[in-house]
Write a protein that binds this ligand. Structure first.
Ligand code: 1HN
Length: 345
């Protein structure tokens, strides 16, 4: 590769003249913005252990009342991006949110898309677009772009969930904003019941469904059962994985990030090829040994980690007798829409 001219090679007065006119020479920076073969990535393989994070989140519950926080969240920030950027990867934001019994996180809507993966506790609910979604461990609840959402808690123990948003991307696009609302009135009808049988979907007789997002809650019991059925039906299948999709269109559940559940058979190890999107892994059940290039983490239950794009990842079930279950989020829908998605062997 030929060397290109450096900024220091140019006369200072010439550079000053350019700067005064808001002009910049490309060639000194060309290799930095367009590196050979593999992109520059700020995203670093990072592990957040739940047992170290949880006491600090509970402490936030004591230090900051919900009225002073609106959303009481500790952000899982990737040090490669700088902690203040609050990014897990280029397009993904992760946070652990705490709601105490009796608390209410008021209704609002915003341009970034969000999902919640429920980690711990009973009795909380999220109302999205008038649909009251109970929150139980392992459930995935969508709050897609523009839909009103609020959280409440009628139980007796703290409830904690993982938020995944495409906030870094939407913020970068200068398209991130929110609007505050009032308490929603709950409408009848629940997508998780109406769409409970894959392949058999409600057919409106009098009018077509006007909902862009017909299913907002994906119960863990159904996702887990789908994985177990798939593992039994396809003993040859190496990657026992399901995708959370819109049941009417078959497209990804949201526009920008992709969401999946993965089962590792007892003792199984799976090598994922290097793909362009960054990935997030959250342990729902069991323990998983994760290798991301030269780094290794053991994901215990409720632990979360992320891997940069263009990087091989190996997942190994630590148990020889029980399956392990993981929730996965990635940037695949975004990369496919932009035409930059690739897999490398
Ligand atoms: C948000 O609206 C929630 O509604 C959680 O629970 C985390 C992080 C950034 C921006 C909006 C929520 C968020 C958020």
């Amino acid at each position: 590769m030929n060397d290109l001219g450096r900024l220091e090679d140019l006369p200072a007065e010439y550079l000053a003249e350019l700067r005064a006119l808001n002009l910049v020479p490309l060639w000194p920076s060309l290799r930095a913005v367009l590196p050979p073969g593999v992109p520059m990535r700020n995203t670093r393989a990072t592990h957040w252990a739940y047992d170290t994070l949880k006491p600090l989140l509970l402490k936030a519950g004591k230090l900051t009342p919900i009225e002073k926080a609106e959303r009481r969240v500790l952000v899982l920030a990737n040090p490669g991006h700088g902690l203040e950027k609050m990014q897990a990867s280029a397009a993904m934001y992760l946070g652990m949110q705490l709601l105490m019994p009796g608390e209410w996180a008021p209704s609002h809507r915003h341009t970034p898309n969000a999902v919640r993966m429920v980690v711990e506790g009973e009795g909380a609910w999220t109302t999205v677009d008038g649909e009251k979604c109970p929150m139980r461990r392992g459930d995935l609840i969508l709050t897609p772009t523009g839909l009103w959402h609020e959280h409440g808690h009628d139980g007796t123990e703290p409830v904690i969930w993982l938020d995944v948003l495409d906030l870094p991307l939407v913020y970068y696009m200068e398209a991130s904003y929110h609007i505050n609302g009032v308490r929603q009135s709950v409408k009848s009808g629940r997508g998780d019941r109406a769409y409970v049988r894959g392949g058999i979907v409600p057919t409106p007789v009098f009018e077509r469904s006007s909902r862009t997002y017909p299913m907002l809650r994906y119960p863990w019991a159904d996702a887990r059962a789908a994985l177990e059925s798939l593992a039994t039906d396809r003993p040859d299948l190496e990657q026992v994985q399901v995708t959370y999709v819109n049941p009417e269109t078959g497209d990804d559940a949201e526009n920008i990030l992709g969401f999946y559940a993965l089962m590792l058979r007892p003792g199984q190890s799976v090598a994922l090829p290097a793909r362009s999107p960054a990935m997030v892994f959250h342990q729902i059940e069991g323990r998983t040994q994760v290798h991301i290039e030269s780094q290794a983490f053991t994901l215990a239950e409720a632990d979360t980690c992320c891997a940069p794009g263009y990087t091989k990842v190996t997942l190994g079930n630590c148990s020889e007798s029980a399956p392990a279950f993981l929730f996965v989020a990635d940037e695949t829908p975004l990369h496919r829409k932009l035409g930059v998605f690739e897999t490398r062997e």
